[in-house]
Design a protein around this ligand. Sequence first.
Ligand code: D5M
Ligand code: FE
Ligand code: ZN
Length: 523
Amino acid sequence: MPLEGQARIVSELASRGYNAEREAVTKLASAPDPNAALESIVETLPEDTLVVRADHVEAALADGVVSTPSTTDATDNTTSSAPEPDPSVSTGTSPTHSSGSVDRSPVETKGSDTAARSVDPALRSLEITGDMTGQSTGTGAYEDFVAVFRDRLERLGSKLRGRVNHRPATAIEDMPGGEEVAMVGLVNDVRSTASGHWLVELEDATGTFPWLVMKDREYADLVEELLCDEVLAMEGTLSGDSGIAFVDAMYFPDVPRTHQPSTADRHVQAALISDVHVGSQEFMHDAWTAFADWLHTEAAQHVEYLLIAGDMVEGVGVYPNQDEELDIVDIYDQYEAFNEYLKLVPGDIEIVMIPGNHDAVRLAEPQPGFDEELREIMSAHDAQIVSNPSTVTLEGVSVLMYHGVSLDEVIAELPEEKASYDDPHKAMYHLLKKRHVAPQFGGHTRLAPEERDYLTIDTVPDIFHTGHVHKLGFGKYHNVLAINSGCWQAQTDFQKSVNIDPDSGYAPIVDLDTLDVTVQKFS
Ligand code: D5M
Ligand code: FE
Ligand code: ZN
């Protein structure tokens, strides 16, 4: 049965409200008359069925409702109709290989695609941490800002306090001139002086203290990476009047260079995507369908997890004049449509999703997971719906998922060679170094103060997954795999006007046993 037959079965089941396991689709497709088989199966399904499972088909087979052919046709089409991987897609520093060359996956054979996918749910594990849905306490009051900064300084500062002999800001003022000093604080202000040096004001719970970075010191280069409100430590020498300190060293919370990521115990893969933008006139229906079809093929048999890092739908009123480019104008209809697209994904793939800035949840970060009404609409696939950011651990491999709005800010504020839209993963490296997904208050990224700072990166993840900038890029920072997924939306008028050339219709696939990345292209 050619691939297109499988795709047709999936969409036929979807149109009747059913999701399907890949194995179920394969079994149905190999029936002598798949259409008749589908019709009879549907009639035998229990009423509350959401997902058509292989055992439903098997039961029907055993009952003689559907018969399988004694010989199965060779399925040459499996390879020919699968979208061609694009080996040229490598915007990261890790090697990109095409699907055929993934070391551990069996070479795609011309065998029958009735070969069952060996999905054993018992081998899977999926754990969520840091989901703040339902935990929001913030009211936007002044005390909340004090609390969130205290918490940030406490937790990120603890990664620095053992490395320097630090003193509180007010104690430094009282020390004799010429002494060696160190401080752990939040960046309050960065200014250049008339003579081209840099003045960095650090703040802690007691007050602020000014630190001078001389332009010819090796640390001067790091000043241009600083964002307001990030936590760091400075070490230096007090001036004669103790009014200022000259910086000798700067320390970031950072990821230890020796960090050893965890890997899965078996060959299993996760597809990391984002920015689907259903409801936009530019949503790429064909690319998404090709992706979903591919997930049903043998080439994708090891893909058991799908992570979606925000912007499920285009939303309404996100940007000025956005309504002129909407295909679906009602936000609930957009989620209904998104749910239909989710149904095309094999029912035996575990899905985790977080919201983005186009989604119908509060814009300020951390963003809680979708409310009950939207969860109900998106329920066909039984996806795990969690906050932005959240960490999901798949068979021991932790993935920090964050939509990525702060990347716009990192890219705007840092010099081109340190962070650019063409290398979004390098912008992500800075967030890892700062151990915070969105340090800056009062800028482009809207933040909601909470009792606790949910945006710190307390534990080093094995994978850091973001989206938002609609560019594909990946690479490793101190052994952490950073992946910014592309999008499923073609270039919008706005993007054209500012020269953003999106990477649309790509799915990066990660081998959880090696953290190698393969990119599949569907457009
Ligand atoms: O944004 C996708 C990317 O494009 C992200 O880098 C922001 C940028 N973008 C898109 N539209 C606008 C407008 N109207 N103003 C400013 N920046 C924009 P996403 O939010 O995922 O669509
Ligand atoms: Fe987006
Ligand atoms: Zn976005």
